[in-house]
Design a binder for this molecule. Structure first.
Ligand code: ADE
Length: 221
């Protein structure tokens, strides 16, 4: 999978070069390219923002630099994503579907957003990462890429995907590693028993308890 990220702030993406996503790129499971939108600005000062028509707070990203940046990478099989608080909220199911696209293009808006005509022309999939507003699309882009990359074959083990929160509709059970006692708190005995059936039963019950307490809405679906 190839992912092109169009942004005014390429330096903010260093997170993608660490840990699991770094390894995924080294192993050619995903290729991530950063494209600086400012380089496409035809303005003599490389300006990429302007005041909104009709007034209002803040600045908007102008259409021309984004338009030309998209055109420079777009192909027939490209799927364009615009992280935006106006989109539907991302979930695991959609992240998994996104992981099977060959080419994703992310447009990172910044300031108060982008000129509507970019949305009208390219009809990107608008995705929100939650009901709150951030200063730009850079963090949501990293969140979406992190989330979908886990579903790309070979990035993490399939066992990790099977057992985690949301894969079966609820939250995950509590987990423990060594030492057996920490600050006086012991690992639940059942996890030390070696009885896999009992362990599975305990985990299922704990996951259900946690979901009922923290996210009862997940059980309605
Ligand atoms: N840009 C600003 N806020 C956002 C959000 N909550 N989700 C996606 N993109 C955004």
């Amino acid at each position: 999978m190839i992912i092109d990220i169009l942004t005014l702030f390429p330096e903010s993406f260093s997170y993608l070069n660490s840990s699991i996503l770094k390894r995924a790129q080294e192993n050619n499971k995903i290729q991530i390219n950063l494209i600086d939108i400012r380089q496409f600005s035809l303005d003599k000062h490389k300006k990429c923002d302007d005041y909104p028509f009709g007034g209002g707070a803040g600045m908007l990203m102008t259409a021309q630099p984004i338009f030309d940046a998209v055109k420079s990478v777009k192909r027939e099989n490209s799927h364009i994503i615009l992280p935006s608080p106006s989109g539907y909220v991302l979930n695991s199911k959609r992240a998994k579907e996104l992981s099977s696209f060959e080419h994703l293009i992310f447009i990172c808006g910044h300031y108060e957003g982008i000129d509507q005509r970019i949305i009208d022309l390219f009809k990107p999939e608008e995705i929100s990462i939650g009901d709150y507003v951030l200063t730009g699309g850079e963090l949501p882009t990293m969140v979406i890429i992190d989330c979908l990359s886990r579903f790309v074959d070979g990035v993490i083990t399939s066992e990790s995907l099977d057992e985690e929160s949301f894969s079966s509709g609820g939250l995950e059970y509590p987990q423990y590693t060594r030492p057996q006692v920490f600050e006086g708190l012991e690992v639940p005995q059942v996890l030390l028993s070696g009885n896999h059936q009992e362990i599975a039963k305990w985990r299922k019950a704990e996951a259900l308890k946690r979901t009922q307490t923290v996210r009862p809405d997940l059980l309605d679906n």
